[in-house]
Design a protein around this ligand. Sequence first.
Ligand SMILES: Cc1cc2nc3c(=O)[nH]c(=O)nc-3n(C[C@H](O)[C@H](O)[C@H](O)COP(=O)(O)O)c2cc1C
Length: 216
Amino acid sequence: MKIEIGRERPASYKELFPGMWDIFHHFEFAAGIPQVLFALSTLKENGKPNISYHAWSCFQGGNDSGFFAILAGISLSSHTYANIRRTGEFCVNFLPLSYTDALTATIAHNADDEDEFAAGGFSQEPAFLVQVPRIKESFLSLECKTRQVINLSEAGTTALVIGEVQHVALDEEYANDVKKRYGENGFMLLVHSPFNYQTCEFSPAMAATLKLQKET
Ligand SMILES: Cc1cc2nc3c(=O)[nH]c(=O)nc-3n(C[C@H](O)[C@H](O)[C@H](O)COP(=O)(O)O)c2cc1C
């Protein structure tokens, strides 16, 4: 038997916090699709570096047309969105699970005059081709220039940002050991509170890591 879920939000989906449904769609919790979790670095107008924890995304490219960071939803009210619109640049930084608390700290310290690298205890690393600093503690960083900004939801809440990757920096240890990149110190994913129909409750949001299983 399959549970069928339509576009109209079922009454059993109670808000976890006020305004939840202004930000999220119930399909996100119905589907519970894991998404790679990373940190976007940008520069604020006053020159302070900014970090934003980010999950809604995918990465794709073809032949010589370029490789793209497709950030499917960036909150229009975030510094990150304003910074990307103003500078046309951002870095995508992949960090291991041990940095989740430090990344959360950058959300708590979100004022205009805050250095969010300092707030999370991160170090700035000069990028090769963009002005935005990379996060030094990352095992992989993608330096990006904005190609398109699309108002996908038309709800005035988020935008889809497509950046073309200009340069990649990969930690040598991770480059030489595939298992490290896909093990407990490698890429992390967000499992965003999948909804349980039996209990009518959301599971806690969790960060996950990968386990290589089978050649395909
Ligand atoms: C696990 C996690 C994932 C997140 N993913 C996103 C995301 O995909 N898009 C987004 O706009 N905000 C996302 N956020 C919220 C931003 O990180 C948060 O609003 C942040 O304060 C924005 O920072 P800024 O104003 O410095 O850009 C996420 C937060 C957490 C904790």
